[in-house]
Design a protein around this ligand. Sequence first.
Ligand SMILES: [Fe+2]
Ligand SMILES: [Fe+2]
Length: 476
Amino acid sequence: MELNGHPQDKNQEMEKAWSDSRELRGVGLPLKRYNFPKDLRRLGGDFTVEENQKRLLRFFSFERNMLRSLAGWSMGTPEFEVKVEFGRHIYWHAEAGMKIRTRLTELRMPEEATDKFHSPDITEFFNELIYSETSAHFVAGLYGVVLPAIKQAYTEHSAHTDQVADAPTVRMIRHILADYDEMIAWGKGAIEAYIQGGYEEAGLHKWQYHLEKLLRSFGSVTGTLLKGPRPQSLRSEGKPPFERSFIATRDPRFGTFEHTYEYQVADNDAASTGGKDAAHHAKVYESDFDKTRLNLVRTQRDEMDAIETFGNVLYEIRDVPFGFDYDLSRIIWDETRHTELGHKAMEALGYDPYDLLNRLLGIKVRTKMPALYSFAEINLFGEANIVQECLRYAREAYDKGDDLTGRMFDYVNADERTHLAKGVHWLKHVFGTDSVQEIEQKTKKVAVDRLLELGIINHDVALTISHRELAKIIGE
Ligand SMILES: [Fe+2]
Ligand SMILES: [Fe+2]
């Protein structure tokens, strides 16, 4: 065996040719013939690493406050299209926040410090924004004032930082801004829709002007712009922290019910009242499969209440790592997709989605449970139950040749599996225990008390109710 050099390089010829070989120069035409694209980036930027940290921390804080404000408005926003869009954008902000937080770790800022970062001016600003008078005012403030201000701050930051040394930040901002253009465009359309629908334009503009003034008073997003005068008074002044709505608001296109969890019971009750809409509530099913299918499709559309439940949890549970916000935000987006899938499947099956009554029992039970119990209920009872139901149904639908809804529930099952894993991880964290059994027992007690309080079950049922029955009543 040769110990020195290449076995075929007997006289070390290859070694000698190394510094002036044709292979080393390349075997094509000489380089002077080409005009490759030039790298025009200039070296040098406005920020030291510390200055960059300070600004990115504020950006992170804006993203986190935005997603939590959206979560806080989920229950109180009746308009279906808006509730759904909030569910999507919560995750857009969580992703942006996570990217910024990761970039901060590369700029000598540990995650724990980022997660604990608070700035009094940003906190005050979001306290004011969240005290918006209506969902229309909230949309006008968030999409018409905050998002454009952040877009401007991000654009300027990426233009002023060192294009080479801080290239990861520049690239990150470019990706985040793609979502901003989409969100700002949606917001514009939504504000116009609110105005056309009857909201007074001047009132919305006044609120926007007020928020703009407050933002300018502390130097805007970065805190470094020229400071203007403060507004004379704030809506949130002297008030306790904003409480999210305890009612799951629905716009008037929906008919709702909350006295039972069974769609057939609700339909028949509505049909027997004999009102002008009674006729379309009475349903005839061609087969058991048809009935199962419509029931399951309806549970998906009615997961509007899952968007709301996880929104409430995200709004109310504080002092947690940002990983909590991130995972909850993703679950909220998934539940948003489940709602959309249900809505579209209703149309595909030939129904007008608004003719199918919306079930509110689950959210009515959960809305007054402390956040960690409503989290445990929806996850350990609701999602653990639906994950199996979806799989069972998907197999049956594939068998029956219904690929459309079969595939839909195949994907929902895949989503729900991830919710169980993420949910259990964070439940252990917020309950401070590794025992899922212990969390389940405590939660069951709180849920049963709530069902008794609402008169949904009596004391005899309360004593013997099983995990499965409870899951069925409250659902996901
Ligand atoms: Fe779901
Ligand atoms: Fe879920």
